[in-house]
Design a protein around this ligand. Structure first.
Ligand code: NAD
Length: 267
């Protein structure tokens, strides 16, 4: 019988125990990629500590202890304080540690300068689990594999050159909010067409979920899938004609470009 490979054992630390740290660490813990006891963080607020403790994450006293006790450190504070936090933690980093930043708009070269760390991976996750990763020059293949497995626990992972990161933020980073708007509008449209309020949100969100799953599962172009459900002089084409009149596709394209531009201004 073939020997079963031992799971990769390492400690994972979060600096900034906020919403993203919570969703990543709970995803990692639930998936079994790492035992929860291998995950550590800190927070000055007891309620935040309790949230992380509830799924087995170890709570330490200081950021420095988290760095000291971790092999991979995910930096999950707000972008505005990344520089300050990294400068404070600089003495605690060392050659064998890997720094992973999820902070929007903060570039590899700045992360390296402020932390003194060379093995760095930049990741742009969104809350519904689309993850884009950019691997710094000095990060090893093993670092990349480990970070891919961590973020694979919460979503689908792509790798892209850092020069695409602002546009990634404009598309998949900000994209969930555009889709929430679309779901809200579909639901309101249902109400306008006479449906009861308690029915419309479920119908709208399941429609978006089903359409997205169909694109993913079939690999077909969305235009082809649209053609397949649009019969001559039918109901769907009447709706689509109205979408085109309202510049639906152009508006979504502009939204991605505007968010990309804003991301560039902020970084
Ligand atoms: P958040 O505000 O929920 O979490 C940040 C946490 O850091 C807070 O709990 C805060 O108390 C803590 N904190 C503040 N100062 C600290 C310090 N000096 N040391 C340690 N902790 C400190 O924010 P979030 O939504 O989890 O975002 C975290 C990062 O993730 C940001 O850089 C953001 O750009 C990035 N990001 C967020 C999203 C998203 O959808 N929320 C998506 C992609 C990337």
């Amino acid at each position: 019988m073939a020997a079963v490979a031992a799971p990769d054992a390492f400690n994972l630390g979060f600096i900034g125990a906020g919403n993203m740290a919570e969703s990543i660490s709970s995803g990692v813990a639930k998936s079994g990629v790492l035992p929860p006891a291998s995950i550590r963080t800190t927070h000055r607020r007891t309620d935040r500590r309790l949230v992380f403790q509830s799924f087995g994450v170890k709570i330490l006293e200081t950021n420095a202890q988290v760095v000291d006790d971790s092999d991979i450190i995910i930096l999950s504070v707000k972008p505005q304080i990344v520089k300050k936090v990294l400068l404070e933690l600089k003495p605690f980093f060392s050659e064998e540690k890997v720094l992973v930043s999820i902070a929007a708009g903060i570039k590899l070269k700045d992360l390296q300068e402020w932390s003194g760390q060379r093995r760095i991976i930049r990741v742009m996750p969104n809350t519904p689990a689309t993850v884009v990763m950019c691997v710094g020059e000095m990060a090893t293949k093993k670092d990349e594999e480990r970070v891919t497995s961590l973020f694979g626990a919460i979503g689908k992972v792509w790798t892209a050159d850092e020069k695409y990161f602002d546009a990634v933020t404009g598309l998949s980073g900000s994209g969930p909010a555009y889709v929430y708007r679309a779901i809200e509008a579909l639901a309101d449209g249902g109400v306008a067409a006479g449906l009861p309020r308690d029915l419309v949100l479920g119908l709208a969100s399941q429609t978006v979920l089903g359409a997205a799953a169909t694109v993913n599962l079939t690999g077909k172009h969305p235009g082809q899938l649209k053609d397949a459900v649009t019969s001559p002089a039918g109901t769907t084409v009447a709706g689509i004609q109205e979408l085109e009149r309202g510049a639906f596709r152009g508006t979504l394209m502009n939204a991605v470009v505007a968010a990309t531009k804003r991301c560039r201004e902020l970084s």
